[in-house]
Unconditional design. Structure first.
Length: 66
C-alpha cells in the first residue's frame, strides 16, 4: 500500500512568492484596470496577495512602473 500514500506535505507545489521587483509592474497593471484574478494567475498566487498590494498592505513604498 506504500504506492497509494500521498507525499509528505500533501504533494502540493507551493505558489510563487511575490518579490519587490515584481511589484512595480503589478501596480501598473492594477492602475490600468486589469482584473486582480488575472494578474494573480500570471504570478501563480492567490488574488488576495494582489489585493493586499492594491490596498497598500504590502509593499506600500514601491511605486508603480511608468
Amino acid at each position: 500500500m506504500a504506492g497509494n500514500r500521498k507525499p509528505s506535505g500533501g504533494g502540493r507545489i507551493p505558489s510563487y512568492h511575490i518579490k519587490p521587483t515584481d511589484v512595480p509592474l503589478i501596480k501598473k497593471r492594477i492602475l490600468q484596470g486589469e482584473f486582480l484574478n488575472r494578474i494573480a494567475a500570471d504570478y501563480d498566487v492567490n488574488p488576495g496577495r494582489i489585493s493586499e498590494i492594491k490596498k497598500g498592505h504590502r509593499f506600500p513604498d514601491i511605486p508603480p512602473a511608468v
